[in-house]
Ligand binder design. Structure first.
Ligand code: ADP
Ligand code: MG
Length: 697
């Protein structure tokens, strides 16, 4: 009997493997034929010839023609990965991950992600010694150029989604122009989904432009007759109408602006559809950058027969990701844009009308496989009068501190002379240099200081890097590391719909009334003390995923800190930590004006505390606070706030505060701050000379 059981277990396992293999083979066949049906396949040979004969070329093709997933694989087949690896940059993290997953499935019948095909995004490197094709964010490649200015690891670099004109891609263009002059063996391919590719070609000395012949179907576009009050309501209503009337198959893609309105839309839609009489079954799937990776993959799964798939997306689905089967597009006509506020010297995420070229791209998503329809939730007059023709490149509208610091580190002294495709406004460059000077990263002549050099070696915004150094100075580097890690991951507090009160109460239990930064530190410490378990997270309405990510980020930062031989100081005196925070963020401060009302010290604008802050309603009413971010809605809100002493602000930033707020102490404080800068610089010099000795020994 025992033997029989054993045997049947064995044969079952065998059967399962055979079936699995069969299934896998069938899947591989399907994938192969799907690959061959892509427009880019028809021109494979021509493309490879073009790349062989030209160091730089520009490839234009409709979204979904196979540029991102196929080109890298063609290049690998052609032998380009034998003398370096094939790199492909993406402006968006989600796209880098999702595309790498797909290509790993396709490559040689399917390989494990991180082997021949991998990806790298900030704080997450899924590549290895066997990697031949590497997808990455443009920010990653930019950072790599700090260590390898000639990008020696790569034989080909595909600059994908160039039409997006992301800040990092734009900077890379300028750098690459120098690199290709030095490295004749390097190939650069620029891909774009829109036709205005000549600018890229001209920038690289008349590089050839290749158009992948498209294959699109007509899309009927409908505008709304009157302006919409609420675009979420309007989108839900429109989608329900479509779901009732439009035949199957035919999936729907809704363009929203961000996580919040995507979630609201998904919930409202599910609710409305459930109230219909005998509706077709429906699957509603969100996609936005902070969504968990496994959930992101779901949008690509075809809906079963008789079921309609509705995907609610940010502009990630505009050109970066292609979802097959979409026949209907519902477009709210907005997007969220990071926009620089020169008055404040920082970025804010603003809700803006999308550009004409964006909404036209969105409409095009409906016509990939068959004729489609696009419903715009704005009027045709608005289209003509209110929408810009094209997007303003990021470089012209965002904070450049990060980029200026990076370029300075790369030895580009005169930023205004750097070969930008579209130069940023002079004022923004100067403002960014001013911020870096305030942080001590540049000296009064605009030269990089040793502190600045050290700051740029962390993959962090200058403000957060600065916190590591002020942490070191105040004997709490380890705690500041934790805070920086917690600020670098998606919000750790979860607030599920329908359970707002319980989750708010759970969050309050972690509050450190004088500081959100310390609150985050507190959460992390409690999580570690509790054995970092998922059950603990569920019980306290904390995102287990974000916590694990924070731990990972913290480990990586800790490695960097150790490599630099920074003093790994730690303390449990929360006032010292607050002091470090005040020193790092002195230029983002506000003074109390009334009950719960503050005035931004630099801009004079009135702002409030965000209701999720530990300081909101804590009755503490600190006279001075620093904040991590400003959120603009009806008015300005500070989020992630810490109460500070005005002396700290004055000491850290006498150039901002002294005269106005603490005039008497001014001179003395100015001297102290000079001294403190000198101390930090000294310490850095010492630790870097230690490092050199170590290297030698
Ligand atoms: P392009 O870069 O020209 O816009 P892509 O290479 O991204 O085109 O897409 C080519 C095809 O690959 C599309 O039909 C798309 O649906 C498919 N595809 C891309 N990513 C995935 C994925 N993660 N899962 C399934 N199919 C995918
Ligand atoms: Mg693409």
């Amino acid at each position: 009997n025992q033997d029989w059981k054993q045997a049947s277990k064995f044969s079952n396992a065998l059967l399962k493997t055979t079936l699995d293999n069969k299934h896998r083979k069938r899947l591989a066949c399907e994938i192969e034929s799907a690959r061959k049906s892509l427009p880019v396949y028809q021109v494979k040979r021509q493309l490879l010839n073009l790349v062989r004969e030209n160091q730089v070329c520009v490839i234009v093709g409709e979204t979904g023609s196979g540029k991102t997933t196929q080109l890298t694989q063609y290049l690998e087949e052609e032998g380009y990965a034998t003398f370096g690896i094939i790199g492909c940059t993406q402006p968006r993290r989600v796209a880098a991950v999702s595309v790498a997953q797909r290509v790993a499935e396709e490559f040689r019948g399917g390989v494990r992600l991180g082997e021949q095909v991998g990806y790298a995004i900030r704080f997450e490197d899924v590549t290895g010694p066997n990697t031949l094709i590497k997808y990455m964010t443009d920010g990653i490649l930019l950072r790599e150029s700090l260590t390898y200015p000639d990008l020696e690891r790569y034989s080909v670099i595909v600059m994908d989604e160039a039409h997006e004109r992301s800040l990092n891609t734009d900077v890379l263009f300028g750098l690459l122009r120098n690199v290709i002059a030095k490295r004749r063996d390097l190939r650069v391919i620029i891909t774009s989904a829109t036709l205005n590719a000549d600018r890229f070609a001209n920038f690289f000395g008349d590089a050839p432009v290749f158009n992948i012949p498209g294959r699109t179907f007509p899309v009927d576009t409908f505008f709304s007759k009157t302006p919409m009050e609420d675009y979420v309501d309007a989108a839900v209503w429109q989608t329900v109408q479509l779901h009732i009337q439009a035949p199957l198959p035919g999936d729907i893609l809704i363009f929203m602006t961000g996580q919040e309105d995507i979630e609201t839309t998904c919930e409202a839609l599910a609710d409305k559809v459930s109230k219909l009489q005998n509706p077709h079954p429906i699957i509603i799937l969100p996609i936005y950058s902070q969504l968990a990776t496994d959930l992101q993959a779901k949008i690509f799964e075809p809906a079963p027969d008789g079921v309609r798939k509705v995907v609610v997306a940010t502009n990630i689905a505009e050109t970066s990701l292609t979802i097959d089967g979409i026949r209907y597009v519902v477009d709210a006509g907005y997007c969220k844009l990071k926009t620089y506020n020169p008055q404040l010297g920082m970025d804010a995420l603003l809700l803006c009308p999308a550009s004409q070229s964006s909404v036209d791209q969105r409409a095009g998503r409906a016509g990939r496989t068959a004729p489609g329809k696009c419903y715009r939730l704005f009027t045709s007059t608005a289209y003509v009068r209110e929408l810009l023709e094209t997007n303003v490149p990021e470089i012209q509208r965002t904070n450049l501190s990060h980029v200026v610091l990076l370029l300075k580190t790369l030895g580009v002294d005169d930023i205004l002379e750097f070969p930008f495709l579209d130069p940023p406004p002079r004022e923004n460059v100067l403002k960014s240099m001013l911020s870096l000077w305030l942080l001590g990263a540049l000296d009064a002549n605009g030269k990089l200081t040793s502190l600045g050099r050290e700051m740029s070696s962390f993959p962090l915004d200058p403000g957060l890097s600065s916190l590591l150094f002020t942490g070191m100075q105040n004997g709490c580097l380890v705690e500041c590391l934790t805070i920086v890690a917690m600020l670098s991951v998606p919000n750790v507090f979860v607030r599920p719909q329908g359970r707002e009160e319980e989750s708010d109460a759970a969050r309050e239990k972690f509050f450190v009334p004088e500081s959100d930064h310390l609150t985050l530190l507190h959460v992390y410490q409690r999580w570690i003390a509790g054995g970092s378990r998922a059950e603990w997270c569920a019980k306290h309405y904390i995102s287990s995923k974000s916590m694990r990510k924070a731990r990972e980020v913290r480990e990586q930062l800790l490695d960097m800190v150790r490599a630099k031989k920074m003093v790994e100081s730690s303390c449990d005196d929360w006032d010292s930590i607050r002091k470090a925070i005040g020193f790092a963020f002195f230029y983002q401060a506000a003074r109390r004006k009334g009950v719960g009302e503050y005035v931004n010290i630099r801009s004079g604008v009135v702002c409030g505390m965000h209701p999720t802050s530990a300081m909101y309603g804590s009755g503490l009413g600190a006279d001075y606070v620093v904040y991590h971010e400003l959120i603009m809605t009806r008015k300005e809100f500070m989020s992630c706030i810490t109460a500070v002493e005005v002396q700290w602000l004055a000491e850290a930033g006498p150039m901002l505060y002294v005269l106005k707020h603490v005039a008497d102490e001014g001179v003395e404080i100015a001297q102290r701050v000079q001294q403190r800068r000198a101390e930090i610089e000294d310490e850095i010099r010492r630790s870097s000379s230690n490092r050199k000795e170590d290297d030698g020994g």
